[in-house]
Design a protein around this ligand. Sequence first.
Ligand code: NAD
Length: 400
Amino acid sequence: MPETPEIGFIEGDGIGPDIWAASKPVLDAAVEKAYDGGRCIEWREVLAGEKAQRQFGRENPLPAYSIKAIARYGIAIKGPLTTPVGGGFRSLNVTLRQRLDLYACVRPVRHFPGVPAPVVHPEKVNIVIFRENTEDVYAGVEWPAGSEDARSVLGHVNGRLRKAGAAEISLESAVGIKPMSEFNTRRLVRKAIAYALENGFESVTLVHKGNIMKYTEGAFRDWGYELAREEFLESTITETELYERFEGRVADGRIIIKDRIADAMFQQLLLRPEEYGVIAAPNLNGDYLSDAAAAQVGGLGMAPGANIGDGCAIFEATHGSAPKYAGMDKVNPGSMILSGAEMLRFMGWKEAAGLVVKAITQTIQQGTVTYDLARQMTGAREVRCSEFGAAIVENIIDSA
Ligand code: NAD
């Protein structure tokens, strides 16, 4: 990482410009403070969404040039982009993930002291979810009920079912395909284990529904264990081995690889969150788990996210563009700011990342918060989006 890296930013639609305006000074202040001016981010704007449409026409919300620019910078941060419901263009977020092969959706979830949460002990949650980002039922391979394509696919499937003596599917059904591959599973689990090792987590849990979907989700679990054995033999141990050979005590600092059935995992996260660190999950399980876990610690307004591939990473606010609050300088920029902290950590600038997290925590504890938190806290001082950012900057400047 150079001392003055070029980093791309997409402001985003709706509340995007508000939260970016509040977040950028926080990230700049943390870098300045952590390295005494010796490092600095050269921000490069990348046009996407409504801003790109204003410049290049309605048909062009994601110019090829923007995708190339992100690929060249290697790292970018983005605000939310609006996706029209029903017609219009495809989700720009999905397009970016596919075109740049950002195969891991990474969602760190932990509680920040002072943030109101619906559970008694939100502080026990400290997990990072690695969600497979390219396949599963999200591959977009599906056909509407009654269509020629659906009937044709089902006709073929029914032929196979007949041969196997199994019950046939109604030709009037809608049908979707759930692809899951060894290649995509292995690269996701590899990233998850590497992250756990680098960041001091004790376990990686493979979350699947392999009891029901044996050849897709069951294979996800098997391929995950295989990968751990083949590439991380010295640094991991399976939960089964741990109990058989070491009576449950963590052996010489190795990471424990375990698996849980998806429905049980939702219970586990509520009942015994402290037993989980990094989680690796297929696309759909990961999607549900990420939002449920974020809600458990106080909501999406504060949850950071990233989409990471081998050559490129985009860090992003996890909420949407909330159009009704656009330009009101009102919403919480926490998700974007914390995504920025994750970006700094990814760059290896851990001191700056630590400063951001410390200062946002301090600001919330001082009771200086945006409307969404203020309405749930007693004695809080409600401030605007930009004022919240400015208060965090002050805390960074004042930090020892
Ligand atoms: P949303 O997250 O934009 O808003 C839902 C509600 O959540 C808002 O009305 C607001 O009350 C609250 N909220 C959201 N962000 C907040 C913040 N930072 N601070 C305080 N409160 C906040 O969800 P939506 O209305 O379903 O989606 C709006 C648009 O955003 C859609 O076009 C959708 O496709 C898009 N979207 C984009 C992304 C992304 O870019 N990653 C993610 C989700 C949704």
